[in-house]
Write a protein that binds this ligand. Structure first.
Ligand code: AMP
Length: 600
């Protein structure tokens, strides 16, 4: 992409309403596959494209072919898209609808097996311009005579190799054979096995062949990691990463102009000095943003590929690919914004399940591995905030004259007969109460999808909504054996982990750091508590209510660390259950105040 001339969508003779939709969606420039297939398809040529999902191939065929639709012509569908799966058919139909939103009275109909015929028949009867379907179901309709192909002017085979792999290729062959001879065909496939080539030879006329060579490029000393998106919103993941990573300045890449401004606003609202950088901004505005980034009055820019080209700001320590790029070259350009002037750099890439192939393609193109990363947990964030707070204390002691305050504290200590640590703790609380060291109300989400799942399976683990509190690490790295308990309150009652922690801590006196994972299900929840619960504490828990619902706690099986499960007999005076049960009260008991303590 070193060409300084960047193609724009408006450089192609797309129909005006289509162009307008693309502009509104915020696409800045055509992806490589689009730049090549748009002119060919607009000219009416057949196309044989080697392209996978995530390269922008849907728009590559949809934009030009929709531009050629005659909206007023009725009498049967003008365009047919064959897709291997129901998911893809729906996705393509939705994309078509989005691109055609300014075509008045435009209709696209997805047709797939597993859905009752009724709505499909109704749709077909009403009249549609485009049908997107799986080959089997299309065949059903052809046999019933409910779908006519005599008005078809273009056919798209999407993910042809997948259709082959799923055993649809004969259907595809047959369906193509039933379309008018003068129709245009676009065939897209991630790979080109012989059978696909044969289909192309039989049904395509002198096609333009399109393949995007991803030239291998060398990448500088940049540490590359990826996060497999799942179980948590990308925005939440991003804020966790920003909080824990040591960054000086960062550049975050998104796919569209719209997304640059949206994300910039969200990060600003979270207190970051962030700004958008996109092609809608004039040169002066863009230069101003880059200048602010250089000077350090701005720490984060959220950019599109084009707008960020050539940025040379040595302060940039991190490049975050919030949206995966549509081609490998863009990736190389993006991460090249860090590691400048001989410094090292960090690159982080968000990869959704459907984008796995692009991850592999990038690794192949750069010849370098991108390692999976674990998302920072709440306790990582707490550790980070705690460390920063300690640094602040040290800094104040070094840089300030504290004699006046020392006298004040000595006076206070004498007046109240208290230990210095207690006074200091109260002051620390005052100093950081607006920004708790423990992120309290941030949604707790399990570590999902952080392991390398490149085989594409979605391991069937429980998802965000069920598991929402990680065990906090007790002080001193103490390893606690825990037991899983079941409580009879769940989503249906509107319960949140904090309600449960609150009740266990306040009512039963179990310190919050000893309360392990809490998982909330529809009608019940589970909570991991240290093993060895004294009988009287258990009885007390039995009587607990949360949100007016009796918890009716019972043992649910092994929890957190399930070592040494044979012996659940509580040692007398187990200090983890030092609440109202009588033992080891401490001065908190009976105070009615939460026993939660700031992390030490
Ligand atoms: P696809 O490969 O068709 O599944 O497209 C991948 C994603 O890229 C989709 O979310 C599209 O909306 C988006 N997309 C397609 N073309 C562009 C473009 N030129 N600029 C920005 N985003 C695009």
């Amino acid at each position: 992409m070193s060409d300084d001339r960047t193609m724009l969508f408006s450089d192609f003779p797309l129909a005006a309403p289509i162009l307008r939709a693309v502009e509104e969606l915020g696409y800045e420039t055509p992806s490589p596959i689009q730049a090549k297939s748009l002119p060919a398809l607009l000219e009416g040529r057949d196309v044989l494209g080697m392209a996978q999902t995530g390269t922008g191939k849907t728009a590559a065929f949809a934009l030009p072919l929709l531009s050629r639709i005659e909206i007023d012509r009725r009498g049967g569908p003008q365009m047919l898209v064959l897709a291997p799966t129901r998911e893809l058919a729906i996705q393509v139909a939705e994309a078509m609808q989005a691109y055609a939103r300014h075509l008045p009275d435009f209709h696209v109909l997805p047709i797939y097996g597993g859905q009752s015929m009724e709505p499909q028949l109704r749709g077909l009867k009403r009249g549609v311009h485009v049908v997107v379907g799986t080959p089997g179901r299309i065949q059903d309709h052809l046999k019933r005579g409910t779908l006519k192909l005599d008005q078809i002017r273009s056919v798209v085979l999407d993910e042809a190799d997948e259709m082959l792999r799923m055993g649809f290729i004969d259907d595809v062959d047959e369906i193509l054979g039933r379309t008018p001879a003068n129709r245009q065909v676009a065939l897209f496939s991630a790979t080109m096995p012989d059978q696909i080539r044969r289909i192309a030879q039989r049904h395509l006329r002198n096609p333009v062949e399109i393949a995007i060579q991803s030239s291998t490029s060398t990448v500088k000393a940049i540490n590359q990691r990826y996060w497999a998106v799942s179980g948590m919103h990308k925005l939440d993941a991003l804020t966790r990463i920003l909080e824990v990573e040591d960054f000086d300045a960062a550049i975050i890449f998104v796919r569209t102009k719209v997304a640059t401004t949206e994300l910039a606003e969200k990060l600003e609202a979270r207190g970051y000095a962030a700004s958008a950088l996109n092609g809608d901004m004039n040169q002066a505005m863009r230069e101003k943003a880059i200048d602010r980034l250089k000077r350090g009055t701005l720490d984060i820019v959220i950019a599109t590929d084009v707008a960020a080209r050539g940025i040379d700001v040595p302060r940039i320590t991190h490049v975050i690919n919030y949206d995966i790029p549509l081609d490998t070259e863009s990736y190389v350009h993006r991460i090249g914004r860090t590691g400048r002037a001989g410094r090292s750099g960090e690159a982080i890439l968000f990869v959704a399940p459907r984008e796995r192939r692009m991850l592999t393609a990038i690794e192949r193109a750069t010849g370098q591995p991108i390692t999976p990363m674990r998302l920072p947990s709440q306790s990582d964030i707490a550790d980070k905030r705690t460390a920063a707070f300690k640094d602040q204390i040290s800094e104040a002691m070094e840089s300030q004259d504290l004699a006046f305050f020392e006298t004040l504290i000595e006076e206070y200590q004498a007046e109240h007969d208290l230990g210095l640590a207690e006074i200091a703790a109260a002051l620390a609380f005052l100093a950081q109460k607006d920004r708790p060291l423990l992120p309290a109300d941030a949604p707790e989400t399990p570590q999902l999808g952080f392991e390398d799942r490149r085989d594409g399976r979605d391991g069937g683990r429980d998802h965000g909504r069920d598991a929402n509190r990680e065990p906090r690490r007790p002080r001193g790295g103490e390893d606690i054996a825990r037991v899983k308990y079941r409580i009879e309150i769940g989503h249906a009652h509107g319960v949140q982990p904090k309600n449960i922690v609150g009740a266990l801590a306040n009512e039963a006196g179990i310190e919050s750091r000893y309360i392990g994972a809490i998982r909330i299900f529809d009608d019940h929840s589970t909570v991991d508590l240290p093993e060895g619960m004294p009988a009287d504490v258990f009885q007390q828990l039995k009587r607990l209510h949360v949100l007016g619902v009796p918890l009716d706690i019972s043992e649910a099986g092994p929890g957190g660390h399930d070592d040494d499960r044979g012996n659940r007999r509580p040692p007398a005076g187990n200090r983890r259950f030092a609440g109202r049960s009588g033992q080891d009260h401490g001065h908190h008991a009976g105070s009615g105040k939460p026993r939660r303590k700031p992390r030490g």
